[in-house]
Design a protein around this ligand. Structure first.
Ligand code: PEP
Ligand code: MG
Length: 301
């Protein structure tokens, strides 16, 4: 046991040397390695491994922990603290991605047969502006820190992006009329439905970046529920169809002149990482525990 602990400590110490390094492949491609976070108390973990910002801040916890929905001011405080902790590196905050599988006090979800295909993510937010607008207002207010980016989950229609933009413009106008400080943020979308992949050219013309959500993209491309153990062997991001979908997304991003990142579990796969980089992914977001090993892997490519 002592010998194993010693080896483990040595490996950890060796990885720590990569902490302050900007990972770059041997042929000179710089990759941003950023953290997936769900709560402010995870910030020190991410800073400790040299995360170059946040690629996905899940706000679901903030909504699920409490008895009532968080107020706009409560949200501003959280988003600001996150942005300040990583400044000048960017932080990408994802708007609420809640569905029938995750209950939230204060949102009345109908009982649904297939929660992953129903009223989740941007679909719910667009239907409930009284929940969505305080998020967008809070994000505009927190954006004064200077490094806030926002991304929208579960996009399957161009119209959804346009409606989100209209709501942002409305919130901006309201804040201006009230004399409240606010700033613009870059808007991106998650690519996690086959519909988004197949319309990536049109979507790419309307947003600043794509982030590939490999967890959902895998389940929707292969038609395998990501939470069902009985079909777990079918659920593989390295399935050729999923890899083709990722490649199509990267090509569309290049044509649109925008950057593309990845933020599902597969983004930290040391085996898949070279393929993602080859396809043109320039940002990978993962749990802080995976960042140092990914930095090392990239420097060896
Ligand atoms: C994804 O779908 O890959 C993703 C990052 O989002 P979530 O796992 O929260 O659905
Ligand atoms: Mg998802």
């Amino acid at each position: 046991m002592r010998a194993r602990i010693a080896v483990e400590q040595e490996t950890k110490a060796a990885l720590h040397r990569y902490r302050d390094l900007q990972p770059r492949t041997r042929d000179g491609r710089a990759i941003e390695l950023v953290a997936n976070l769900g709560a402010l108390n995870e910030i020190p973990l991410a800073l400790d491994v040299g995360a170059m910002g946040v690629g996905l801040f899940h706000i679901e916890l903030l909504f699920m922990q409490q008895r009532a929905l968080p107020t706009e001011d409560e949200q501003v405080a959280v988003y600001r603290q996150l942005a300040e902790a990583f400044h000048p590196y960017p932080v990408i905050i994802r708007t609420l991605d809640i569905g029938g599988d995750k209950p939230v006090a204060g949102i009345d979800f109908p009982r649904e047969e297939s929660p992953f295909l129903d009223w989740r993510g941007v679909r719910m937010c667009l239907d409930r502006p009284e929940i969505f607008k305080p998020q967008l207002r809070a994000l505009l207010r927190a954006a004064t820190v200077g490094n806030v980016r926002v991304m929208i989950p579960m996009i399957s229609e161009l119209e959804e992006v346009r409606r989100v933009r209209q709501l942002i413009a409305q919130c901006e106008a309201e804040l201006r009329a009230e004399g409240t400080e606010r700033a613009a943020f870059e808007l991106g979308i998650m690519i996690e439905t086959p519909a988004a992949v197949l319309q990536a050219d049109a979507l790419g013309a309307e947003v600043s970046f794509f982030s590939i959500g490999t967890n959902d993209l895998t389940q929707y491309v292969i038609a395998t529920d990501r939470a069902n153990a009985r079909i777990a062997s079918l659920y593989r991001t390295e399935h050729p169809a999923v890899m083709t979908a990722i490649e199509m997304t990267c090509r569309a991003a290049q044509r649109a002149g925008i950057w593309v990142g990845g933020c599902g579990e597969a983004a930290s796969s040391l085996d898949l990482l070279p393929r993602f980089i080859q396809m043109g992914v320039t940002e990978l977001s993962m749990s802080p525990a995976a960042i140092l090993a990914a930095k090392k892997r990239i420097c060896e490519l």
